[in-house]
Design a protein around this ligand. Structure first.
Ligand SMILES: [Zn+2]
Ligand SMILES: [Zn+2]
Length: 258
């Protein structure tokens, strides 16, 4: 499996507009974060997780030119607002329609923001068209890829967390969550790699702090951990020195082989 971090920032992006971003080394490109999204290539399939406001630019930057399946973690603006740009990928698929999996909240938001994409066929060539479906607990594809999904607490809504299994390897992707559920812990146990919400040093009501994420990665027995959805308070170099050796602050454009 090849995971590309298209973006690793929070809803405001990093650095923040009109703010001194104190303590953040802006000469380090790893501290410039667009809204969180990731792309997974596995067994000839291309899976896109989320599409925030910079999605189109992220695709050009990371050379993403094909998507077979789109997974929406939840309906917050920083994860959904780039879905209009799926139009180019819909164009390239048979039937010009993109399978989109989401939870109830995601489905509701897609319906409100992109009603023009919810038809049998695109309005015309170049328009987005989503085959919007409720994400089941488990999906299996012809190439042997298994995806387990679990809803995770994220304040007054829920986020879909995903565990991908392919040829004996396991990847867990848990962004925008405050904690894991017992099932998520069970599914992600001993993962080869886990991606966790590591928002900031201080606790937050709807996200894991970086320290909570470190503890979670340890308790899962993850071989490698990547912290994403980080604010301006997480300077790449400064935090790379204090997190465990098998962990990394994820950065935009980072490619990880699992
Ligand atoms: Zn978010
Ligand atoms: Zn969110």
């Amino acid at each position: 499996m090849t995971l590309t971090f298209l973006g690793t920032g929070t809803s405001q992006g990093v650095p923040m507009i009109g703010f001194d971003n104190r303590g953040l080394d802006l000469s380090n490109p790893k501290n410039w974060r667009t809204r969180s999204a990731a792309h997974l290539e596995v067994g000839g399939m291309h899976i896109q997780i989320d599409a925030g406001p910079e999605f189109r630019l992220q695709c050009l930057q990371c050379k993403i030119d094909w998507i077979d399946v789109f997974l929406l973690t939840h309906g917050h603006a920083d994860h959904i607002l780039g879905m209009d740009d799926l139009r180019r990928f819909c164009d390239r698929l048979p039937g010009n329609k993109m399978p989109v999996y989401a939870n109830e909240y995601g489905i509701e938001r897609v319906g409100l923001i992109f009603p023009y994409a919810l038809f049998e066929k695109p309005a015309q060539r170049g328009y987005p068209c989503f085959d919007l479906q409720r994400m089941p607990n488990f999906l299996e594809f012809e190439n042997g890829l298994k995806i387990y999904a679990e809803e995770l607490p994220h304040g007054n809504c829920k986020t879909l967390g995903f565990v991908f299994e392919y040829e004996g390897k396991k990847l867990a992707y848990f962004n925008d969550c405050k904690t894991l559920t017992p099932r998520a812990v069970e599914l992600a146990a001993n993962a080869d790699a886990v991606v966790l919400d590591g928002l900031r040093p201080l606790p937050h009501p709807t996200h894991m702090s970086i320290y909570e994420a470190i503890e979670t990665a340890k308790s899962l027995g993850a071989k490698r951990a990547f912290f994403t959805h980080t604010t301006w308070q997480i300077d790449y170099e400064a935090f790379s020195k204090i997190i465990p050796q098998n962990a990394q602050i994820a950065y935009d454009g980072q490619v990880v082989e699992i």
